[in-house]
Design a protein around this ligand. Structure first.
Ligand SMILES: [Zn+2]
Length: 224
């Protein structure tokens, strides 16, 4: 932030009285502009044995596959936001299920949250943010072309839980980690894209995972 959204004066970074962090402060109107992490909401839509993925028509990660997800809007609940994004990006009709994964991504100031979402039918109608939407069998998931680490981690957890027949809430923190130069045979998803700072950060990320006790959600997951 360079200019005050309230009055347009140039802001300065300082620690306000009683605070302990640098904030954007306006010396003209004295407004303090706090910046806090944003919530990204998504779903894991499933129809029979298949999982819905969308191919992104926007940066970052244009052309890569993702679960339907996007930023939470004001005046909606997390579940409403996840369902809205699923309709907008894939045109899929779902029955919103339980929260399945919550991933903190501190270096990009985001928290990603995905819900279980059995589909009510196989019909799809991808919106302008998607090049295409498609239902994938597990064997066909394009692991080398998944847009974000939070999505690939959520897919791995989902497939593990589905094999076990019990779905539980999974959480993780994905941290940025400086990497050595990529070897010649580096996988596609660890290459960086200068236009996509979020994707860059996630590509170099380390994941610390935690999982709640299994069994708590038996049968909560979609049709199989
Ligand atoms: Zn101001």
């Amino acid at each position: 932030m360079r200019y005050c959204p309230t009055c347009g004066h140039q802001v300065e970074q300082r620690i306000p009285a009683g605070d302990n962090r640098l904030r954007h402060c306006c010396p003209s109107c004295n407004a303090i502009h706090y910046q806090n992490p944003r919530l990204v909401l998504g779903t894991i839509p499933t129809w029979e044995n298949r999982i819905l993925l969308c191919r992104r028509a926007i940066e970052p990660r244009y052309g890569y596959w993702t679960l339907p997800a996007g930023f939470m809007e004001n005046d909606e609940s997390s579940g409403e936001g996840a369902e809205r994004e699923t309709v907008e990006e894939a045109g899929a009709r779902i029955e919103l299920g339980e929260p399945f994964s919550i991933l903190d991504v501190p270096h990009v100031h985001q928290v990603h949250m995905f819900f279980l979402a059995p589909m009510l039918g196989p019909q799809l109608d991808p919106g302008p943010e998607s090049l295409e939407a498609r239902l994938f069998n597990e064997a066909d998931i394009p692991w080398d072309s998944i847009a974000f680490r939070t999505v690939s981690q959520t897919l791995r957890w989902f497939l593990e839980d589905r094999r076990r027949g019990a779905y539980s809430l999974h959480t993780a923190t994905i941290r940025y980690e400086q990497r050595a130069p990529a070897p010649a045979d580096a996988r596609t998803d660890v290459q960086t894209d200068a236009r996509a700072s979020q994707a860059d950060a996630e590509a170099g990320a380390r994941t610390d995972t935690r999982t709640t006790a299994p069994g708590a959600r038996s049968g909560a997951g979609g049709r199989t």
